[in-house]
Design a protein around this ligand. Sequence first.
Ligand SMILES: [Zn+2]
Length: 105
Amino acid sequence: MALVQCPVCNKRISSMAKTCNHCQAKLSGNTESLSRINHIQRSTELMNHSFIALTLFIGGVVIWFWGGEPAEGMRSYIGGACFSVGFVGYMITRVRIILHKRKSV
Ligand SMILES: [Zn+2]
């Protein structure tokens, strides 16, 4: 049994449910394909997250090494922050993508 989004109210419901228990919408027939669509949407979302994190990471490196010299003061602080947040964010997203693929429908 998987959780899917109700096409009417977007709340999480069981893929086995015949009607949504939040808005009582009738889920005509195949909720299995609904859960597949949700899975694809989730994959796209995770890919976007990893892209944002990677951009932040590269941005941090660029700020840090801008002009060929190691950054000082405020610039090193901002560069370092972007770099670490991007790096950690990217790692977390990669792990989430792996976990997501593992429970693929
Ligand atoms: Zn609903």
